[in-house]
Structure formats: C-alpha cells, structure tokens
Design a protein around this ligand. Structure first.
Ligand code: FAD
Length: 302
C-alpha cells in the first residue's frame, strides 16, 4: 500500500526514488542486501516533501558515505535517504568560519579550510566519511573531534521542520552525540583559527602518513569496529583483541586486519551474517579473557 503511494507521488517529489535497490555499493564494507526504497533528494524542498509523505508510514535510515555502517543481508524494510550534490556546498562565512553541507566529504572540507588559511580541521583529512556522518559519530583522530570545531548544526526533523542548534547546547560523547536519531543534518558551521596554508598542508600530510602506517588502506572495511573502552581500561581495543582472539580468526570472508586488529575486513564476498559472527565472537573472547565489555562503534542497520 505505502509503496504504491510512493510510486504514485514519485513524479511530484523533487528527487530520485528507486525501489528494491542493492545497498552493497553504497557502503565501505561492500556488504548488505537491498533497501525497499532509496531516496536521493535533489533539494531541501524535495527532502521535506518526502519526509512529510513517508515518515509516519515507515522507517528511515540516513546514509552518509557509508564508512561506518554494517547493513543486513535481508532487505531494509524502509527508506534509505542519501543526500547528494545539493547538500554539499562549502562556503566561507568569515575569515575563520566555514559552513558546509553534510553531504560534503570531510576530506574536501579540510582541504577547503587549508586553502583559506583556516587551521583546526586537519584531522578530517584522515576520515573517509561525510560531514553528516562525522557529526553523528562525533568523529575524530589525533586528539581532535567534531565537537572541538563545531559552532552549530542546521537540521530537519522527520516532520519536515528545519532548525539550527548551537553546538554548545549539545552533549558530545566519545564517538556519539546526544541528539535523537530522527534528525537529518543538513549543514554545519565550523570555526578554526587563522594559520598559513603551507603549515596546515604540512601538518595534514604528517597526519595522513601516520594514519596510513597504522591502519590498512584500500580495503573493504568500516574502520574501527569497537570503541576504545576508555572507562574500563587504559588498553586500546586492538591490544585487547590481539591478546584474546587467535590469529587468523575468520567467518566466511569476514576477517580481522593484520595491520590493525580493530579493523574488520570483507576479504571478498563476506555476508553481513559473517561479519556479525566475527563481531560476536571477538566480543565474547575479549570479555572472557579480559573482563572488558566492548561496545560497537560501527552502526548496524536493520
Ligand atoms: C578506513 C577508515 C578509517 C576511518 N578512520 C576514522 C577515524 O580516524 N576517526 C573516526 O572517528 N572514524 C573513522 N572511521 C569511521 C568513519 O569514517 C567515520 O565515523 C565517519 O565520520 C562516518 O561518516 P559517513 O558519512 O561514512 O557516515 P555513515 O557510515 O554513512 O553513517 C554513520 C552514521 O551517521 C549517520 N548520518 C550520516 N549522515 C547523516 C546526516 N546527514 N544526518 C544525520 N545522520 C547522518 C548515519 O545514519 C549513521 O548513524 C574510519 C572508517 C574507515 C573505513
């Protein structure tokens, strides 16, 4: 019934609507079945139209670059919304302040900051996600995270109401923020400090070199699988995994990276069930061996 309604309204909504689309190529793990609906709004108007029509009838998942998600093998029984070009503008507001659409990649925004002599966003050049994903995850590395540079977030709720929230009214945690899931981030304002772009560039290169030495590149992964258990132990999660899980542990094509034990990898054709089996196995082994209860960093979409 609801699918029929959506099909009828398809031509009226400003955006592209696809049915029974594979989700595999939209995430870094390269894992997952289909989504019942994939919606790519062409404008804020289109997004609001869709939310008003659909949000009370079915579930919604908002996808960024898919670098931190694990989809299920079964069809996602709802709409996956993917923001595109019209949500990826990056603009200079003043000498130190940037406003970026949430579909812009973190790499692009950090480049833009560098080109405009704004320092503070260098860490983003090491993270393969979008601005939207970075906000939701309070992403970070090298002792900097989104909360350190965010001034405000512009967003729309599932009723289609647009508003802006100042960052100092939001509680940020390690790899999460305390805002309801039923919000779609549209753009964000960031403030850095003025610095010479050559110095910024050198620092960005240094960070990327360190990161590439420590973590695997050019593989199908979603980055860190678990959060570092900062409230339970000083040890890093990769150390706990190394000391608790036998080398070479795998489930189907789901394996643990040799380079970084907290990066799980789809070697070729891993199913979601393989990756979940690996995750549960590692979680249990670490708990049995060290007493530490691991918490997922990657987001499971079901
Ligand atoms: C090789 C590799 C290295 C990585 N290194 C790091 C690192 O150093 N530090 C780090 O913190 N992370 C790292 N990550 C994880 C990941 O890149 C970050 O979490 C990233 O910020 C996620 O962004 P994304 O656009 O891919 O989000 P997605 O994976 O698409 O989604 C993640 C979450 O954000 C939500 N979301 C996305 N867009 C929006 C939006 N517009 N509005 C509301 N919610 C939204 C999704 O619903 C989901 O809950 C790494 C991942 C990989 C693959």
């Amino acid at each position: 019934m609801e699918i029929e309604d959506i099909k009828k309204s398809k031509l009226l909504i400003h955006g592209d609507i696809y049915f029974d689309q594979s989700i595999k190529n939209l995430n870094w793990f390269n894992i997952g079945g289909k989504t019942k609906i994939l919606f790519k709004p062409n404008s804020l108007k289109g997004l609001i139209e869709y939310l008003k029509l659909y949000s009370s009838r079915g579930k919604i998942f908002i996808l960024g670059n898919g670098s931190n998600v694990l989809f299920d093998d079964d069809t996602y029984q709802g709409t996956v919304i993917k923001l595109g070009k019209s949500f990826s503008n990056i603009t200079l507001l003043d000498n130190e302040t940037i406003i970026a659409g949430t579909a812009a990649s973190q790499k692009k925004v950090s480049e833009f900051a560098k080109d405009n002599n704004i320092s503070g966003l260098e860490f983003m050049s090491c993270i393969p996600g979008s601005i939207g994903g970075g906000i939701r995850m309070n992403s970070g590395c090298f002792k900097k995270e989104f909360k350190d540079i965010l001034i405000s977030i512009q967003l729309v709720d599932y009723k289609g109401v647009v508003r802006s929230i100042p960052a100092d009214k939001i509680n940020f945690n390690y790899r999460s923020i305390e805002l309801p899931n039923e919000l779609i981030f549209l753009s964000a304002t960031f403030k850095g400090i003025i610095k010479n772009s050559i110095e910024i560039n050198n620092y960005m290169r240094e960070l990327n070199t360190i990161k590439n030495m420590a973590q695997p590149t050019k593989i199908k992964t979603s980055g860190s699988t678990f959060k570092n258990p900062i409230n339970q132990t000083n040890k890093k999660v990769w150390e706990l995994i190394r000391s608790s899980v036998p080398n070479g542990t795998s489930f189907g094509d789901a394996i643990i990276s040799d380079k970084h034990a907290n990066f799980f990898v789809n070697k070729k054709n891993a199913k979601s069930i393989d990756m979940k089996s690996l995750i549960n196995f590692v979680k249990k082994k670490v708990k049995d061996n060290t007493g530490v209860k691991l918490e997922l960093e990657i987001v499971m979409v079901e």
